[in-house]
Design a protein around this ligand. Structure first.
Ligand code: PEP
Length: 249
């Protein structure tokens, strides 16, 4: 059975005090108000990992990073090694987010390497894929997504990974993919994974991301191949994030 998994991506927002208040409240909500089985995670800025994990180690939610290096050590100034993430007890790490692909030239090959290194260090990779608006409008979604999955997920233990389908045109635009489109592409992803890893495809968690909010979460989560959400804007305030994680209540 695939347990729903909702992850907030704070990006380069939220400092120490706000993070502490948010996570304290999240922990309270998780322990007292949740009636359904769900995994919840927050990807925060790297310097917050140590203090927040120390404070909320026993919390009922997961704490993760937003990127990592494609090497374990060495002369890579400014990068974050999967080894140090593991030493900080980081639960998961987002890789291949479209902002990383767009602004920092992150390639499918580097994402594949990162996934392997994270797995080696015991950290769950959340592997993002998604087509641009131009590719969507040119009906290239299938070929783009299949190629991304093929390269990013090559020779990895897929059962320990999460895939996030994030159409670039839906991220931060307020224009979510319809549940029909999101389901179709998440299904396509599962079938592509089935071709690569026949025994694991039905167990892999596939999230949808792109302008998820309290109005569309229920419909998206009701789709057969959508097991969770990766959320940017609506994860920045505890009230809106709470509505997302309680979508089924
Ligand atoms: C994201 O950045 O991963 C994202 C999905 O952002 P938003 O929810 O704001 O569209």
């Amino acid at each position: 059975m695939r347990i729903p998994y909702i992850v907030g991506n704070w990006k380069m927002n939220i400092g120490f005090d706000e993070a502490y208040d948010f996570l304290e409240e999240l922990n309270k909500i998780y322990t007292t108000e949740m009636t359904h089985n769900i995994r919840v995670g927050i990807a925060l800025q790297a310097p917050l990992l140590v203090p927040m994990i120390a404070e909320f180690y026993d919390g009922n939610f997961l704490i993760g990073a937003q990127t990592c290096c494609d090497h374990l050590e060495g002369a890579y100034t400014g990068e974050i090694s999967p080894v140090i993430l593991a030493e900080c007890e980081t639960n998961f790490c987002i890789i291949g987010h479209s902002e990383r692909r767009q602004y920092y030239n992150e390639s499918d090959e580097a994402i594949n390497t990162k996934a392997k290194l994270l797995l080696e260090c015991g950290i769950e990779p959340i592997i993002c894929v998604g087509e641009t608006l131009e590719q969507f409008e040119n009906n290239q979604t299938k070929e783009v997504i299949e190629a991304q999955i093929e390269k990013c997920c090559k020779d990895i233990n897929i059962s320990e990974c999460v895939i996030a389908y994030e159409p670039v045109w839906a991220i931060g635009t307020g224009k979510s993919a319809t549940s029909k489109i999101a389901q179709e592409v998440c299904h396509l992803i599962r079938e592509k994974i089935r071709m690569m890893y026949p025994e694991d495809a039905d167990n892999v968690i596939i999230q949808y991301g792109g302008s998820v909010n309290s109005k569309n979460i229920k419909e998206l989560m009701a789709c057969e191949d959508i097991d969770g959400a990766l959320v940017g804007g609506a994860s920045l305030k505890i009230d809106s994030f709470k509505e997302l994680i309680k979508y089924g209540d």
